[in-house]
Structures are given as structure tokens and as C-alpha cells.
Design a protein around this ligand. Structure first.
Ligand SMILES: [Zn+2]
Ligand SMILES: [Zn+2]
Length: 399
């Protein structure tokens, strides 16, 4: 038995994780139920292993999971489900315990603090919970609205705009013996559960279409497959790969993409027009704030509706061809692990939107140069281009 009365194998207060609860939220509730400081509680559970100085929801390893399962008397599989790794196979094929993972919002761990806006919440869900807790789905980049309350999720404190650090309620506060709440902003103490009235007065209220789409995606994670069109159903991770690609493409700064964005926003009241890209285009999707992700998701959703007819019509109308849609999704020479377009998407794009822009190979160019030299003609790019029947030569010519 430990000095404070905890027995070694099973904890006295055996709280089970709540539906879709995040590991970190569950740990915090367990510590509160045992009347212990979070740090003290975690030392009892895991010894000297670092828990809060990393993104534990993302990087919990088997030892942490086994320990928790034993000490809370919870089935191992249920403990695994509290981690983000449990989305492996349905959301992504590959999962890295450390580093960026597609769709998983980064929380930006700095020592024991979260500096980024990677944990979202619905204030109304928190307010209605008999025991407020944070959901696993709130860490996903495509979850921008609460499907239950039809409001946009928040990704920071509505009063001081600090990132969510619910685990810091007493952590680092020497005056406090035990955490008393999960819903108070660690920075200004504002109650996150008391902010929903102001949300309803937002200029772009959440529509039923957005809610239905969020439900469809979440259901896809449960089922492992998602319906694409009238007759096509695909594995969910292959659907999410394309959704991610579309969200990236509709964010591009090209003129054809800008006119596509305008057309969609003009035709669909559920899509918010995204006039210009506020972040650098190299910023990955999961690094964007919730408002921008919501706009991109809306544009991608519009393209995926009535697939492939609407998608093809808009692509042709705005002259957006396969080279753009399949950008970075076609294997390149020398690439070790190429991102390959899922076949269900590649086939439609390749069969309908392929516009060859022939570029002669190096050998063809060299052959043409030899021919011009032999025949005593002037050697320059426009002569070469005419000879090869193309608009321009991209390669430098060595005279
Ligand atoms: Zn809610
Ligand atoms: Zn605050």
C-alpha cells in the first residue's frame, strides 16, 4: 500500500472512461476522484515516465495503456480507444506516436504547457455533462462543429483566447492541493462551459448540411467505410485521403481555384467564401484554426456531393485538370514512400480530367539539337520548340 492509502494493483475509485473520452481527460478525472494532484497521481500510476510533457493522447505507449487498464480494472481495448492511435486503419493507415499525424490537431507541447489550439470543445456539451469531459473527436481536424448542438467548436478560451490546458488546473499552482474543474481556463479562470450563448450570434450559423456531413464522417470512422456516390462505397481511410487532398487543393492560390471557391460559395449557402488564404500554403491542414478548417471542409464537401458529376462539372468549368487534383499524389522517381491517390478518385480524375501537356524527354531534345546542328540551323529554344511541336522548352539548352 502507498503512503496515501492507494493499493498497488487497483485504484479505489475506478472511474471508467466516458463515451469517446480522451485519455488525458480521463486521467484528470481519476486524479480529482482520488483527491490527488495530477502529477502525484501520475507518479503513482506510471512512475517516472513523462506524461504531461508530451501529448499523452497521441503518444501513450503499451506500458501506459496496460498500467491504466490494470489499475482501473478497465478492458485493455477500452483504454486503447481513449487514444488517438485508435483511429489507425479507419482514419489513416500510418500512425506515428511522435511528430505530425494527418488529421490530428497538434497541441504544441512546451514543457508541460500546450501552446497550440489542438484541443477543441463544445461549450454546450461541457455544460450539459453531469461530469464534464473532453472528447477524443475534438482533436480531429475535420470535426469543426458539434453535431449534437449544431454550433461551431471553440479552439481556445472564449474570454482570453488561450489554448486549452485543462490539465493545468492545479499543475504549477502551488497554492492548490487538488484540481477542482476541467472546464476552467487555466489562464484567466473563465468557465469554458458558460460561453455558448454568444456563439449563436455568429455571422455564419452552422447548417444542417454541415451537421449531416460531420455525422457521416464520424460514422465512417466507426464503420470503416464511407459511401462516395450512388453505387460506390470505399474504405474510410481512402475516403479521408481524398477529402484531405480536396481541402488542400481548394486552399491553393491559383486563379482557377479562386474562381472555383467563388462559384461554390455563390451556389451553396452552407459554404463560407474563403477570399484569400490567411496562412502560408505550406501550413498543414491540421495546423489551421477551426474557422479556416470549417471553410475548407465546406468547399470539399460541396465537391464530394453527387460525386462524380458535380465534381467533374466544376473541374471542367474552371479548367482544373488532373495535374492539380492529383498534386503530390502521384509517385515520383526516387520517392521512398509515395503518397498514392486512392484508385476510386484517381480513376475518375485520370479518365475525365487528364490534359496531357507533352514535354519532350531529354533524349528527344538532344536528338533535335543534333539534327539542327547537322543541318546548320540556328540553335535556340523557339527553333527547338517548333521542331518538337511543343509550345515551350523547359530544359536549359547547353550550346
Ligand atoms: Zn455539443
Ligand atoms: Zn481564458
Amino acid at each position: 500500500m502507498y503512503a496515501n492509502g492507494l493499493i498497488e494493483d487497483v485504484l479505489p475509485a475506478r472511474l471508467a472512461p466516458l463515451p469517446d473520452e480522451l485519455l488525458s481527460s480521463w486521467l484528470m478525472r481519476l486524479a480529482m476522484a482520488h483527491g490527488l494532484k495530477l502529477h502525484t497521481f501520475c507518479v503513482h500510476l506510471f512512475g517516472s515516465r513523462a506524461i504531461w510533457s508530451r501529448d499523452i493522447d497521441k503518444s501513450a505507449d503499451e506500458r501506459v495503456i496496460h498500467n491504466l487498464a490494470t489499475k482501473t480494472n478497465t478492458p485493455l481495448e477500452r483504454v486503447r480507444e481513449t487514444t488517438l492511435a485508435s483511429y489507425c486503419d479507419t482514419l489513416f493507415e500510418e500512425y506515428k506516436l511522435y511528430g505530425a499525424t494527418k488529421w490530428v490537431l497538434p497541441v504544441g507541447v512546451y514543457h508541460r504547457k500546450r501552446t497550440l489550439f489542438g484541443l477543441q470543445y463544445c461549450p454546450q456539451c461541457l455544460a450539459e455533462d453531469s461530469e464534464p469531459y473532453f472528447r477524443r473527436k475534438w482533436r480531429l481536424a475535420f470535426v469543426c462543429v458539434c453535431e449534437k448542438h449544431q454550433i461551431i467548436l471553440r479552439d481556445c478560451c472564449s474570454k482570453c483566447e488561450a489554448p486549452i490546458n485543462f490539465h493545468r488546473n492545479e499543475l504549477g499552482d502551488h497554492r492548490k492541493a487538488v484540481a477542482d474543474s476541467l472546464t476552467h481556463c487555466y489562464h484567466c479562470r473563465h468557465d469554458l462551459a458558460k460561453t455558448f450563448e454568444e456563439q449563436n450570434s455568429q455571422p455564419f450559423p452552422v447548417t444542417q448540411i454541415e451537421v449531416d456531413f460531420t455525422n457521416k464522417l464520424l460514422q465512417g470512422l466507426t464503420d470503416g467505410f464511407i459511401r462516395v456516390g450512388e453505387t460506390v462505397t470505399v474504405y474510410s481511410h481512402l475516403y479521408f485521403a481524398v477529402l484531405r487532398q480536396l481541402m488542400k487543393i481548394v486552399r491553393m492560390r491559383r486563379t482557377c481555384i479562386e474562381s472555383l471557391r467563388q462559384t461554390i460559395a455563390a451556389n451553396d449557402e452552407s459554404t463560407i467564401y474563403l477570399p484569400s488564404v490567411t496562412n502560408k500554403s505550406t501550413t498543414d491542414l491540421q495546423e489551421l484554426r477551426v474557422a479556416e478548417r470549417r471553410c475548407l471542409l465546406g468547399l470539399a464537401r460541396y465537391l464530394m456531393t453527387d460525386y462524380p458529376e458535380r465534381f467533374l462539372r466544376l473541374a471542367r468549368q474552371h479548367k482544373i485538370w488532373s495535374s492539380i487534383w492529383l498534386r503530390h499524389l502521384e509517385p515520383k522517381q526516387g520517392q521512398r514512400q509515395p503518397n498514392i491517390a486512392p484508385f476510386w478518385f484517381w480513376q475518375i480524375v485520370h479518365n475525365n480530367l487528364y490534359h496531357p501537356r507533352h514535354q519532350p524527354s531529354r533524349q528527344e531534345i538532344e536528338g533535335a539539337i543534333k539534327y539542327i546542328r547537322r543541318s546548320g540551323g540556328t540553335l535556340n529554344k523557339s527553333v527547338l520548340a517548333r521542331l518538337l511541336g511543343v509550345a515551350a522548352i523547359r530544359y536549359p539548352i547547353i550550346p
